[in-house]
Design a protein around this ligand. Structure first.
Ligand code: AHG
Ligand code: MN
Ligand code: MN
Ligand code: MN
Length: 336
């Protein structure tokens, strides 16, 4: 029987294959994976670890923080700040960037994360996750500022997520396709269980929070109405719907069997482009989805082409099976 391939071995082989995956980037990914294992332990303990419920504080986005949002943020920072591979970190749960303290060497990478995605599912024992994105610090002067982070998603060096579900699975791209690693709880290592993940171009499954229907813009209503019309409608096929309300879980399903995920702009907050965060959620997921042959837009343009103007910038998100994303994007363009 073939030897199982660990995350470490996968990264070493990627390093040999592509010069641009430096040992620094390998270390970074291994450290993030280790942090995810620690978060998985807290998640698995649940009520026994006193990690459920609210922390009684709010983050910069105005969301109530759960205890696990804060614990996961701390685990990621503590794991990453001393290794010498990073210059700074940014997180959904921190107002401003966390610069690596002077007592440690500064590396060339910037790490961005949504430490705990799917907060509303923590207390109900439904899949949640951690999303991360890696950028290079472009200017190599000393010091680092928020501006260094404001790079379009196409400049990501790596991205991924770890889903804490029935299995703990790490999903990763370093720009050479998408690989999935399942955590073997007995050995404590992430083992390669899927390589060259690929999303079918067509699908019969969509994911959207239907309770916001009355607030949508006409192109989204047009697209979903056609899906709902099923075989009898213009699409000529029945669609199924899924909405976990954890982006990691919804994207994981799409990477596994196809589908389309929409979190569009809506009238509830007319001045915000959408709910999801460009830097911590949309960009890393867009990188994974494109690497698996899918597409990701904000309804008008490719997500990874957007040049951010603020760290916590929001964006509308449409991603997944290519033909569906192209269709809903076309509906937006036609409505302009
Ligand atoms: P987070 O828990 O990191 O704040 O993100 C939650 C996001 C995303 O995971 C999910 O797709 C979406 O919010 C769900 O939103 P609704 O509750 O509005 O459906
Ligand atoms: Mn949140
Ligand atoms: Mn999130
Ligand atoms: Mn979050």
């Amino acid at each position: 029987m073939a030897q199982p391939v660990s995350l470490t071995r996968y990264l070493v082989e990627q390093h040999r294959k592509h010069g641009h995956i430096t040992s620094e980037l390998r270390l970074l990914i291994e450290v993030v994976a280790r942090a995810c294992k620690r978060i998985a332990i807290s998640v698995n303990k649940g009520a026994l670890g006193e990690v459920l419920g609210s922390a009684g504080s709010e983050n910069v986005q105005g969301e109530v923080q759960k205890k696990l949002d804060i614990i996961s943020n701390e685990v990621l920072i503590e794991a990453n700040e001393w290794g010498g591979h990073l210059a700074a970190m940014a997180s959904e749960e921190m107002d401003s960037i966390h610069v690596v303290p002077n007592r440690y060497p500064q590396g060339e990478f910037l790490l961005l994360f949504d430490p705990l995605d799917g907060s509303s599912n923590i207390d109900v024992n439904v899949s949640i996750g951690t999303i991360f994105s890696v950028l290079r610090k472009v200017n190599n002067q000393r010091g680092v500022s928020e501006e260094d982070f404001l790079q379009p998603g196409k400049q990501q060096a790596a991205a991924g997520y770890c889903v804490y579900g029935p299995q703990t699975t790490l999903v990763l791209t370093v720009g050479d396709g998408v690989a999935m690693f399942t955590l073997d709880r007995e050995t404590g290592s992430f083992v390669l269980t899927d390589e060259d993940v690929s999303i079918p171009e067509d699908t019969k499954e969509f994911a959207i929070n239907m309770s916001n229907m009355r607030h949508w813009a006409p192109p989204v209503t047009r697209y979903i109405d056609e899906c709902l019309a099923g075989k009898e409608g213009s699409r000529g096929k029945d669609f199924n719907m899924r909405w976990v309300a954890s982006m990691v879980a919804d994207v994981h399903r799409i990477l596994t069997r196809g589908g389309v995920f929409l979190y569009p702009w809506d009238r509830r907050e007319p001045n915000k482009p959408g709910k999801l965060r460009l830097m911590y959620e949309a960009n890393p997921m867009a990188f994974l989805i494109e690497q698996a042959g899918g597409a990701a837009t904000n309804g008008e343009r490719r997500i990874m082409d957007i040049v951010p103007t603020a760290l916590h910038e929001r964006v509308a998100v449409m991603l997944g099976s290519k033909n569906e994303v192209e269709r809903v994007t076309r509906y937006h363009v036609e409505a302009q």
